[in-house]
Design a protein around this ligand. Structure first.
Ligand code: SF4
Length: 328
């Protein structure tokens, strides 16, 4: 007997997996890679998921959701939660994919760490039923943490899983899960609840700005995870690094058509400009870097455009240059 379990990286999915393993069932983990994960890139996200899977001793499959995920975020059938999180549509999309993968890995049912009542929109009884039905998994979706409060699933009816080995956790509190983790010997759960940036109000302000300006694309979403963001015009924005790591990340994300700024002689932030720009835009961007490098002093700023000669500006920056431009 084999089950396919959604492994988000949080505590709940680890507990759900362990409860099923304890019933003598082999579990394969499935982790979805989405453009809105908190890790800076897919590689880091994958290796974090692998670490959790190894600690639970499960094989791991990963599935990347790119364009189809964006399409769903932009126009969710069941709407958004508190921020731009379309959790019901997101779960339906993930469980539909999981259904296909369940067949590929020869699993008999699907396991999820969802907890009844934990999230007002997507984890009430009605939503859990709706998600199960819309993803074509009626009776095949077992939620071990709240199973005793939900209808019987096929796995229980057939006796593959015993109900007495499942739980009746309900609500937003974490105490029961923490106690259960101790009982089940689970120590690795580094990602607190909310590894998804669509629930982060600050990130969502930047995302709304992208949507408003018709720039809702994967490469622009990557950039939203880094730095301070300044909107100059409907077609141009500047991202300024806040530390060495962010400066390096901006350098990594620099691509054809972008414009890159860095102070020449003193330490300070790098910045990446994306969109349509003219001489005035470049000067303003250079002044903003100067503002964060040495406010009120003249600073030499280096400007790079791929495939073109580098330029240099000698500018002074002030608070006036950033006024009304920061997206927050
Ligand atoms: S929080 Fe994000 S990843 Fe989780 S269900 Fe909602 S939209 Fe999907």
């Amino acid at each position: 007997m084999k089950a396919l379990a959604l492994l988000s990286g949080g505590l709940d999915s680890s507990l759900a997996i362990r409860l099923i393993q304890n019933q003598g069932i082999e579990v394969v983990g499935l982790h979805f890679l989405i453009p809105f994960c908190r890790h800076k890139d897919v590689k880091m996200e994958k290796s974090a998921a692998k670490k959790i899977a190894d600690s639970l001793r499960v094989k791991l499959k990963t599935e990347y959701l790119g364009q189809e995920f964006l399409k769903m975020v932009k126009n969710p059938r069941y709407g958004y939660g508190k921020n731009l999180n379309p959790c019901i549509d997101c779960k339906i999309l993930m469980f539909k994919k999981a259904k296909k993968i369940m067949k590929e890995v020869d699993a008999s049912f699907i396991v999820s760490g969802e907890v009844l009542g934990q999230r007002p929109m997507s984890q009430n009884k009605q939503s859990l039923k709706l998600i199960e039905k819309e993803s074509g998994l009626k009776g095949l979706l077992l939620r071990p943490l709240s199973a005793k409060l939900l209808s019987l699933t096929i796995a229980e009816e057939k006796g593959w899983v015993k109900r007495e080995g499942l739980e009746d956790v309900c609500g937003r509190g974490r105490n029961l899960q923490i106690k259960l983790a101790e009982k089940l010997g689970i120590r690795e759960y580094p990602w607190p609840a909310g590894g998804c940036l669509l629930t982060d109000p600050e990130f969502c302000k930047r995302l709304k700005d992208l949507i408003k300006h018709n720039q809702f694309a994967l490469e622009n979403i990557e950039l939203l995870k880094v730095g301070r963001h300044f909107r100059f015009s409907p077609t141009f924005k500047l991202v300024v690094g806040r530390d060495k790591e962010e400066n390096e990340r901006l350098n990594h994300l620099f691509r054809k058509g972008d414009i890159y700024f860095e102070p020449k002689e003193e330490p300070g932030p790098s910045a990446l400009g994306r969109g349509e720009y003219d001489e005035e835009t470049k000067l303003l961007a250079a002044r903003i870097i100067a503002r964060y490098t040495s406010c009120g002093q003249e600073v030499k700023i280096f400007v790079r455009i791929l495939g073109k000669t580098q330029e240099e500006y000698l500018v002074k920056g002030s608070d006036k240059d950033i006024r009304g431009k920061m997206i927050r």
